[in-house]
Design a protein around this ligand. Structure first.
Ligand SMILES: *Cc1c(COP(=O)(O)O)cnc(C)c1O
Length: 185
């Protein structure tokens, strides 16, 4: 039902005592959710500059379950090396890597092909594209993970209305044209 609802579904798959490695420049609502809500439930987050791969690798702990990557970042537009970070995530922990691809959109960047486990989009932004709908989406390759996240989406109430889905699908039909123009601008 929103990008934040998609983030909530991923975070609610964790348990008290789990740890998250997150970029130091992420969407303000993502930071707020990690720092003001999930922290109270015993999920600890380390915020680290993901363009510094050495510092990022050092941030992983034995209980790290998610590496949360946003690229390009909102608001500073930092660009993170997704493939290198996926490599670090899978080599140093049993964690999954989640990429918030809201700013690039699937028209410009496909994190699943670079080693990400889950991709998040706030469809409120470029995907919807008309400032008349709010939504979010999670995309992945793993069927078991998909079932777990779909269960949580339904259980937590992050379900979009049919009109919202209709408006979001309308947005996707001009996405590639609009992104070309954004890039030119
Ligand atoms: C807006 C935004 C979100 C949150 O999306 P909402 O649909 O507004 O809840 C998440 N990530 C990024 C990068 C965003 O820009």
């Amino acid at each position: 039902s929103s990008g934040c609802a998609a983030t909530t579904a991923v975070m609610a798959s964790l348990s008290s005592g789990d740890h998250v490695v997150c970029g130091d420049d992420v969407y303000g609502g993502t930071f707020r959710l990690f720092d003001k809500v999930f922290k109270r439930f015993g999920i600890e987050t380390t915020f680290v500059d993901h363009t510094d791969l050495v510092a990022t690798e050092k941030a992983f702990k034995t209980n790290t379950k998610v590496c949360w990557v946003e690229t390009p970042t909102n608001p500073m537009l930092k660009v993170v090396d997704i493939a290198a970070l996926a490599n670090i995530t899978h080599r140093t922990s049993g964690a999954i890597m989640v990429v918030d691809n809201t700013f690039a959109t699937p028209a410009l960047q496909l994190p699943l092909t670079m080693g990400a486990d889950v991709v998040l989009h706030s469809t409120t932004k470029y995907l919807g594209g008309h400032s008349d709908v709010v939504g979010g989406v999670l995309v992945g390759n793993d069927a078991a993970l998909k079932d777990r996240l779909a269960f949580l989406q339904n259980a937590l109430g992050g379900t979009p209305g049919p009109m919202d889905c209709f408006l979001t699908l309308r947005g996707t039909k001009t996405l590639h044209l609009r992104m070309q123009r954004h890039v030119e601008n």
